[in-house]
Design a protein around this ligand. Structure first.
Ligand code: CDM
Ligand code: ATP
Length: 313
């Protein structure tokens, strides 16, 4: 036995963040800054991203590795949202941006479920913890909103109303557990293309505001934990645009209806289709129906709501 002690493991911080589905998404006309005013209700679901931030030698800079089912399609450079999040924390605090990041992806990539945004949120919290920067939730949320409209919700989790670009959040009371099935397509849809198609489809009303809608039924369903009522209240203004770009999504929703879904819609900007189920077993049955019909490249099941960004190690 040598006289050396084992080197202590490099200190690291691991943070878990959820993907999301928009239970309702209403969009107004494009603003001068290229964004659309939204009125949306997010629900975080139990598909999680995990980001680990590990100390490296001073001056080593940022490095990034990615694992998980679709790791090969995720950028490994400074365009990655987790990388940009680490830089944002360093800039904001004056710390040196020296960190090794690892992302384990559990949310479909470019699927309209905010996987990249979840990585940004997780990297913000992980770097804050690793560097002992002591940022408040408010500061993290402000940094997150600059990285992407969906990032603040990945920090918060659970169920929340989003206004502005989707980044101004108000938590919503939801009781119980909702069961979801997701039909994922290998080829993602770029969010800007879906909003651009939405603009073309609504060109007859170029100045419209997001329809305030009547979400009383949705809120009551969430408060009561009533999946049948929630299924009836699901709505997505971007759905027509996503289906226009990917007509095969119509068939995906039809198969979910044949399998008795309580409600089905395109998740966010798509192309993932979400179906609300009565039970976990029913969610598995809807997923099996998609597989049997050959309409999805992969099928996933999850529950919502799920917690926001949490340090797990
Ligand atoms: C579709 C949703 O997922 C619904 O939650 C989000 O609105 C998208 O959020 P995100 O991917 O975090 O969006 P960002 O990364 O901030 O923006 C990507 C692009 O999406 C479009 N975008 C996004 C959000 C918004 N309210 N209006 C938009 O028009 C813009 O073209 C923008 O350049
Ligand atoms: N950490 C990341 N993980 C995945 N994609 C990323 C990441 N950082 C940047 N990207 C880029 O962003 C694109 C969209 O990825 P993401 O998975 O966030 O889409 P999304 O789920 O549709 O997002 P949203 O629902 O927020 O619109 C990818 O095609 C990829 O090029």
């Amino acid at each position: 036995m040598s006289g050396h002690l084992h080197a202590a493991p490099e200190p690291s911080a691991t943070v878990r963040t959820p993907g999301k589905v928009n239970l309702v998404l209403r969009s107004g006309a494009v603003r001068d800054d290229g964004y659309h005013p939204l009125s949306t209700v997010f629900q975080a679901v139990s598909l999680f991203e995990e980001v680990t931030a590990t100390h490296v030698a001073p001056g080593a800079g940022i490095s990034l590795t990615v694992s998980g089912p679709q790791a090969d399609v995720v950028p490994l450079d400074e365009t990655n949202l987790a990388w940009r999040a680490a830089l944002a924390v360093a800039d904001h605090t004056g710390m040196d941006a020296d960190v090794a990041l690892h992302i384990h992806k559990g949310v479909p990539v470019a699927g309209g479920m905010a996987g990249g945004s979840a990585d940004a949120a997780a990297a913000l919290v992980a770097c804050d913890a690793l560097w002992d920067a002591g940022l408040s939730r408010q500061e993290l949320t402000m940094l997150g909103a600059r990285l992407g409209a969906d990032v603040p919700f990945a920090l918060l989790g659970h169920t929340a109303v989003g206004t502005g670009r989707g980044d101004v959040l108000t938590p919503v009371l939801a009781r119980g557990e909702f069961h979801w099935a997701f039909a994922v397509q290998a080829e993602g849809l770029p969010t800007p293309s879906v909003f651009a198609r939405f603009d073309e489809l609504s060109a007859d009303d170029p100045a419209h505001s997001p329809d305030p809608g009547d979400d009383a039924g949705l809120m009551a369903a969430l408060r009561a934990g009533d999946p049948t009522a929630l299924g009836e209240a699901l709505h997505n203004d971007l759905q027509a645009a996503a289906v226009d770009l990917r007509p095969e999504l119509g068939r995906v929703m039809e198969v979910a209806r044949e399998a008795g879904t309580l409600g089905t819609l395109v998740s966010g900007s798509g192309p993932t289709v979400a179906a609300l189920a009565r039970t976990r077993r029913h969610a598995l049955a809807i997923a099996a129906a998609w597989t049997a019909a050959g309409v999805a490249d992969s099928v996933w099941t999850a529950t919502g709501p799920a917690p926001g960004a949490r340090l797990t190690g």
